[in-house]
Design a protein. Sequence first.
Length: 78
Amino acid sequence: MRYWLETPTISAPPIELVEIERLRYQEMPISASRVRQLLAKNDLTAIAPLVPAVTLHYLQNLLEHSRQDAAARQKTPA
């Protein structure tokens, strides 16, 4: 991919590709997959150091609404 983006002989102007190293926490790369796994376990404590504060707040609200919806469904007769 880098070759095609940076090749000046292609009709479109070349694009400079800059790779950014993935952030790490305790020697492990931070990944969205890992955050999703922890979210499925409702493990916000483990998620907290992996995401920005605003993202953590969003996920806390998401889980709270999910719990409220589940509780409301249980109260509703089938």
